[in-house]
Ligand binder design. Sequence first.
Ligand code: AMP
Ligand code: TRP
Length: 336
Amino acid sequence: MRKEGLYMKRMLSGIKPTGRVTLGNYIGAIKPFVSYQDEYEMYIFIANLHSMTIYQKPADLRQNTRDLIALYIAAGLDPEKVTLFLQSDVLEHAQLGWYLGCMVSMGELSRMTQYKDKKAKNEVIGAGIFNYPSLMNADILMYDPDYVPVGEDQKQHVELCRDIAERFNSRYSETFKIPEPLVTKVGGRIMDLQNPTKKMSKSDEIGKGTIYILDDIQVSKKKIKSAVTDSDGHIHYDPENKPGISNLLEIYSILVNRSIADLEKQYDGKGYGEFKNDLAEVLGEELEKIQTRYHEIMSGSYLDDVLEKGAQKARIIARKKLAKVERKIGITIRKR
Ligand code: AMP
Ligand code: TRP
């Protein structure tokens, strides 16, 4: 039973529309969101302003943004339950981001690993990368969420967000709820199929190690069947010594919602070939379902309607919060 509004804890997360959606994204981010939607009041937005920190070809950005939303819905996210919107549709984010950017120190921003990693590569870095956390702080604090589900790499940003919220509250008076990061453990790290000690990522150059949700079904099955394993031939979960088969076991377990131990038992004494064939079938069926729904969603104006409704709902909260902030900090001078 879905609990009703007042009693539900609020959850918020943003996803960048960069690159094509992978099986790692699906298992590590999309599926968990779908499972949270009955339990939490959810706000999910496409962080298209954040994606601008790295150059995006306009046509790719448009396509990736539409694909991402359509895939979330196709995977089961229900726009009637979840507020889905584009970050750029709610102008208040950027404005609050400016105020919060004035409250964070250069030192704090310099300590963020995302920035440090980019800097270490000695490339020219846009100022957006450096200021990235201030906009993210605004995204979060605007909606007073209890929880912010993120990948491990984003936890540091949510921790900075807590510090800034506390700073604001103590400087001006209680304004923002202090959010908790929620790091996905199960399926939080799906590995590359060709190099199972490396995380499956969008930027897989050859493309054989990464499954894309919109991959041709036969191609995706082939990728599973040619996944790198080991020569010991025993289907057993041991990420350290048997990273390939452990990764496949993890994927299988999540897709069929059965424990790894249970699968180990079922495949005891059986070969990798049989195991991979079965997993390829399971994955193929799942992708086919998602893709069918994706094509339906993409064909009409449904997506635009969802985004319009989502933006309207988000704007009501954002306007109120920004007005409150601007009154507190002395920006608002009109009496009414
Ligand atoms: P990214 O594709 O890096 O922008 O990540 C978007 C979301 O998908 C984040 O929540 C990540 O934690 C999740 N994600 C990305 N790659 C993987 C992966 N290989 N395994 C599990 N989750 C992933
Ligand atoms: N920085 C996040 C990422 O790279 C995306 C993001 C932007 C986000 N704003 C957010 C996530 C607010 C959670 C909450 O994945």
